[in-house]
Design a protein around this ligand. Structure first.
Ligand code: SF4
Length: 290
């Protein structure tokens, strides 16, 4: 039987070890090879963060491209360096994606900033080396794999809850393990993060993965860190983690097509979005109410 989230909660030691064991059994790959791939992925994430924090080049559709740099370089009246770092890192990666730069889909390109934002943001804040992130990233991948058995991870099929929700769950589990949380705490962090994204719709302006996607990654990287903080404090999801995933799948089926990456509803059909689409493409947005 493939691993469930409930199985992971019962693991003695880090949950990532159980995920890696299953991966090695399923693929026949060597442990060193898989961990090497994970190190490579972390390097790509790190490079995307570094490029994204420095760049203010506009994205393909020109709606984003400068936000991560703006936040990173701004004064911080809140005096909350972790909050700022996590958000800026996540947005940096997604602005790289919006410029067609190199990123790691985690689990998708549109949600590629949440995991590196939370993971690198927390690690850098605490002065932890990148090597410490390898096994938490394995766990993040395992969480995505388990979610993807119940729901196809794409805004077009499950709404943004399936993309950003999955990425927040991945990041929450990874950060919890990074900070020494148990397997049970890591899985519950994922469940807490996921259940609080349920219902999130996919309505990007013009169909470009720019607005609201870039800032959304910033917000939900913080959300993931909050879930980890709750789980590390001993809070557990009232709804069992696998049932949260089932709820996600059911809500994904209930969401109307207009709110699943079709550009026919939500933010994509606001007056400003319609004007932008008309300017970019010379045609009207296909809104259901038009
Ligand atoms: S709004 Fe849609 S395109 Fe943007 S991140 Fe969410 S699922 Fe992806």
């Amino acid at each position: 039987m493939p691993l469930s989230l409930a199985d992971l909660t019962r693991v003695k030691g880090p949950a990532s070890e159980a995920v890696l064991k299953e991966e090695l059994e399923e693929t026949g790959l060597e442990r060193g090879f898989v961990l090497g791939v994970m190190k490579d992925r972390l390097k790509v994430m790190r490079e995307a963060i570094e490029r994204g924090l420095k760049s203010d080049a506009p994205s393909v559709a020109g709606m984003v491209g400068w936000n991560a740099k703006t936040l990173w370089e701004a004064a911080d009246p809140l005096e909350a360096p972790l909050l700022k770092r996590v958000q800026a890192y996540a947005m940096a990666v997604n602005e790289e994606n919006a410029r067609m730069g190199r990123i790691v889909a985690a689990p998708t390109a549109g949600s590629a900033g949440t995991v590196p934002g939370a993971l690198f943001g927390v690690a850098d804040h605490l002065g932890l080396p990148d090597e410490k992130l390898v096994m938490p990233l394995v766990l993040a991948a395992g969480v995505a794999k388990i979610i993807s058995r119940q729901v196809y991870i794409a805004g077009a099929t499950g709404g943004c809850q399936a993309e950003i929700g999955a990425s927040a769950a991945m990041a929450a589990a990874a950060v919890t393990e990074l900070l020494g949380g148990s397997a049970e705490a890591s899985v519950h962090a994922a469940a807490l993060a996921l259940q609080n994204t349920l219902g999130l719709v996919c309505d990007p302006v013009g169909g470009y993965v720019e607005v609201p996607c870039v800032m959304r990654n910033g917000f939900f990287s913080v959300h993931a860190v909050s879930a980890a903080q709750q789980a590390l404090a001993g809070i557990r999801s009232f709804i069992p983690p696998d049932e949260v995933v089932l709820a996600l799948a059911k809500i994904g089926r209930l969401l109307p097509p207009e709110l699943k990456e079709t550009g026919k509803g939500g933010l994509a059909c606001t007056p400003t979005a319609r004007r932008v689409v008309a300017e970019l493409r010379g045609e009207e947005a296909e809104c259901e109410d038009s």
